[in-house]
Structure formats: C-alpha cells, structure tokens
Write a protein that binds this ligand. Structure first.
Ligand SMILES: Cc1ncc(COP(=O)(O)O)c(C=O)c1O
Length: 465
C-alpha cells in the first residue's frame, strides 16, 4: 500500500519549493518573499505560523462577522456534522436550509422572501443575473437580457459576475467577457465623473442611468446591479437620493434592481442590510461573506415575492429556476448561517456596529486632521475607508510610484494590523463584535503606519486646524 508522502510538517508551509504548489490571489513572486500564512484565530485576532499576532481590522475579508473562534457557530456546525452533513441537492433540500430561508425571509426588508442558498458571492450574483433574465422570459418579455452595472465594481470571479464587474485591473486579462453587460459611472461624489458638486448636481450619476436605458432600449434591459456601497473603487458611498432614484427608474421600465450586498449585508453597515440603511428595497438582494462568519462557505440570493411567484407556474410552461450548484443549501453551512443571525440579534451586534463604526469614523477624522493627507472618509457602520491625497484642495493624488495606501497597508501588516489597502485608499471592516479598546488599538497602529509611511518624503506641514 502506498503511503502519504512525508510532507505534512511545518517547514512545507514556508519554503519556496513548497509555495510553488499553490496559487494565491496575490502576485506569486512578491507574495512568496514574505508569505502571510495564518495558523490560528480568536475574536479579532489572527496568529501566523510564526506566532505573530495580527489585529483583524478586516474580518479576514469582511467575513468573520461574529469573530474568530465563535463558540456558538462552532457548536452549531459540530452538531450539524453529527446529524446530516450533506443532502441531495438535485432531489430536494434539508430542514436547516428551510429554516435559514425562513429566517432570511423574516429579516430581509419588504417582501424579499424567496431564497436561493449557495456557497460564495460569485455564485449568487451570477444567480441573480440568471434570475432576472429567466423572470423576464417567464413574464412575456424575452427580449430583456442586458445587465447594467457600474465601473469600478466587483461582483465576482465567475464569467457572468465578472462581466458585470467594472474593475479593469481584474477584467482586461480575461477579456473578451460575456455579451449583454454594460456599465455606468459610479457615484464617486469626491471625484464626480460629471464635474459637478453635491447637492447641486441633480444626482446626475443616478438620473443619467435612465438616459442610458433609453439609448439601449428598455425593452432589452433586464436588471441594474449595484453594490449599495461600492468596495473596490475605494468605498463608494452614494448620496442619500441615489438608490431611491435607481429604484424609481427600474420601476418605470420594468427593470429589476439587484443589490450586491455580499459585503454590506449581515450587519456591516449597522443594519442587517444596507437596503435598510438607505431605506430602499431592491428586487433581488445577494449576500455572502459575513453570513456564515467564515466558518463554512455560505451565500444567499433573496428575491421579492412577485418575482418568485413567476417561477411557480405549471411544469408545462415553467421549468423552475434553471440554476444550481452541488453544495447549495448545504446543511452545515446553513447551521452556521442560523447561528450567525442568532449571534447578531442576541448580542445586539447591529447596535455595536453603529457605535464602534462612529468611534472608528471619529478616529479616521482625527488622523485626517493630524496628517493632512486624507481627502475623504467614506462608508457606513463598520465599513469605512479613507482616500489619500497629497493636496487637500486640488485632491491631487500621490504619484503611482509612491503608492501611499500600499505603503501604509504593508507597514500595517509588519506591525500586526490587517486592513484592506490599495494605492490610493485604505479600508477597515472589523468583526461586528469589536470593542472600543480594540478600535482604539487598531487606530493607534494605523497612526504609526501613516507617520512612518510619510516620513521619507514628507514636504508639507499638516494644514492649520
Ligand atoms: C461586492 C462583492 N460581490 C461579490 C463578490 C464575490 O464573492 P466571492 O469571492 O465569495 O465569490 C465579492 C468578493 O469580494 C464582493 O466583494
């Protein structure tokens, strides 16, 4: 009998020869110089394989919503593993999936109450696109197939969700993408693509979408898909009116409004969904990431009752929703999902997200005052970002070679702080269980990092208070 090669040891996690066997999402050669390999986590902390501690200001990547090593979720998963770890997805479902769907139907806004349970964000944004197209076919509008989404957005890695995404750094390499997708400018108020200033702008970023529909022919448009707060463009927080205007445009033209709440869902903005934060109910809502706290993969697409009803016709006319994956409604994932929702309610984590989010925002504002290089602070609840500029008045960015956000983010990693960074912006999204002391500790490390990152080329004094 052949045996497992003798490789299961600590050394194999760091040495170059072993690292060549895995693809990560980073640039491989860069990453392998100093690979970040986590070994353990608890609460808002990680420890890497060398025993170094990291403050997790990012919930992994907006996932560990109820904290690492959360006993309630772990116990729920264990119990479920002992009972039923998998059910046949082609023939039916299981009790835990039905319970989670019912729970989601109750906590989702408005009449969003029909649920498709999947494992990842890309799966459900892709499902939402297919749902919109099939819905229009079932309701006598087979010509409606186009999906309108926004530049700089991220809806996922599968070809459909990637085609809806608007981030050129991740798209170009995979082009040509699927036909039937078009993009509009996002509501980047700080750098208005229309050269206007809020509130004297007529919210052009939203109203122009109606002109786009007109030009395309509304009879060909199935859905508009947006993240209520965009992530990859640098935490793009829309003006209050924006989503309401999109809602009205969709209603006028029989176009479905899809919210991608993969990040903003499950309490991140201080309400269960950003739809509630902004007071706008979409036709379809996608959520994932924090939904299972990261203990197991889980995501959901939730749609409004009248849309779901279109899929309940007789078999001769209606094949059902032609979309599915092997692991959909997985009982272990669903058990985790239920436990996460219980945690959020019983520990009042929505209130904590609002309170600690305010504290974090105040901390960011203090850093903006101190350093004079933070041009804008954006986001809601515990989903907050800052944009770096070298001139507050002109909003001129630091040159790309400086890449201040990346400098600060890398220093943060060195000092044991995990956050999201990009050349010109940085974001925090800590677990919803974070305490005031932990927020202060995160801010203190960030402050040191900004100080150090600026030291080599700092020419300008901080602006007058
Ligand atoms: C807004 C948004 N939508 C969709 C996705 C895709 O989710 P996943 O990576 O779980 O497929 C992501 C992932 O980062 C995301 O941030």
């Amino acid at each position: 009998m052949s045996s497992l090669p003798d490789l299961i040891n600590v050394a194999q996690t760091t040495e170059q020869q072993f690292l060549r066997h895995i693809f990560v999402r980073d640039q491989m050669a860069e990453w392998s110089k100093n690979p970040l390999i986590m070994a353990k986590a608890d609460g808002v902390f990680y420890w890497d394989i060398h025993g170094k501690r990291y403050l997790d200001a990012l919930s992994g990547i907006y996932v560990a919503s109820v904290g690492h090593n959360n006993r309630r979720v772990i116990d729920a998963v264990r119990r479920q593993l002992d009972t039923l770890h998998f059910s046949p997805p082609m023939h039916g479902t299981n009790p835990v999936a039905i319970q989670l769907a019912n729970l989601l139907a109750q906590i989702a806004p408005g009449d969003l109450d029909a649920v498709k349970l999947q494992c990842g964000g890309s799966e459900v944004t892709e499902a939402a696109i297919k749902l919109a197209r099939q819905y229009h076919k079932l309701t006598g509008n087979p010509g409606k197939y186009k999906i309108v989404s926004r530049y700089q957005s991220w809806h996922g890695s599968t070809l459909g969700s990637l085609s809806a995404s608007g981030l050129k750094s991740r798209k170009t390499v995979n082009e040509p993408l699927a036909p039937g997708f078009l993009h509009v400018f996002p509501p980047t108020c700080y750098r208005c693509p229309f050269g206007k200033s809020y509130p004297d702008c007529d919210i052009t970023c939203a109203t122009i979408v109606e002109q786009v529909l007109d030009m395309e022919d509304p009879a060909t448009v199935a859905a508009i898909m947006v993240e209520p707060i965009g992530h990859t463009g640098g935490i793009i927080d829309p003006p209050d009116e924006y989503l309401r205007i999109l809602r009205d445009i969709c209603d006028r033209h029989n176009v479905l409004l899809i919210f991608d709440e993969i990040i903003t869902g499950m309490g991140r903005t201080g309400e269960m969904f950003a739809a509630q934060t902004f007071g706008v109910t979409p036709d379809v809502l996608c959520t994932g990431k924090g939904m299972s706290g990261g203990f197991v993969p889980l995501s959901a697409m939730i749609c409004r009752r009248p849309i779901a009803d279109a899929f309940w016709g007789p078999i001769a006319e209606n094949p059902g929703f032609v979309e599915g994956h092997t692991f959909e409604g997985n009982p272990v994932s669903c058990a985790a999902g239920i436990a996460v929702i219980q945690e959020i309610f019983e520990r009042d984590l929505l209130a904590n997200a609002r309170t600690q989010g305010d504290r974090l925002r105040q901390g960011f504002e203090r850093l903006a005052q101190k350093f004079g290089i933070i041009g804008d602070i954006r986001g809601k609840g515990l989903f907050l970002g800052m944009e770096f500029v070298q001139d507050l008045k002109t909003k001129e960015r630091f040159p790309n070679e400086v890449s201040l956000g990346v400098r600060i983010g890398r220093l943060a990693l060195e000092k044991g702080l995990l956050c999201r960074f990009d050349p010109h912006w940085l974001a925090f999204g800590p677990p919803l269980i974070v305490t005031a002391e932990q927020i202060d500790e995160m801010l203190a490390v960030l402050e040191q990092c900004i100080e150090e990152a600026l030291t080599p080329f700092r020419a300008r004094p901080a602006p007058p208070k």
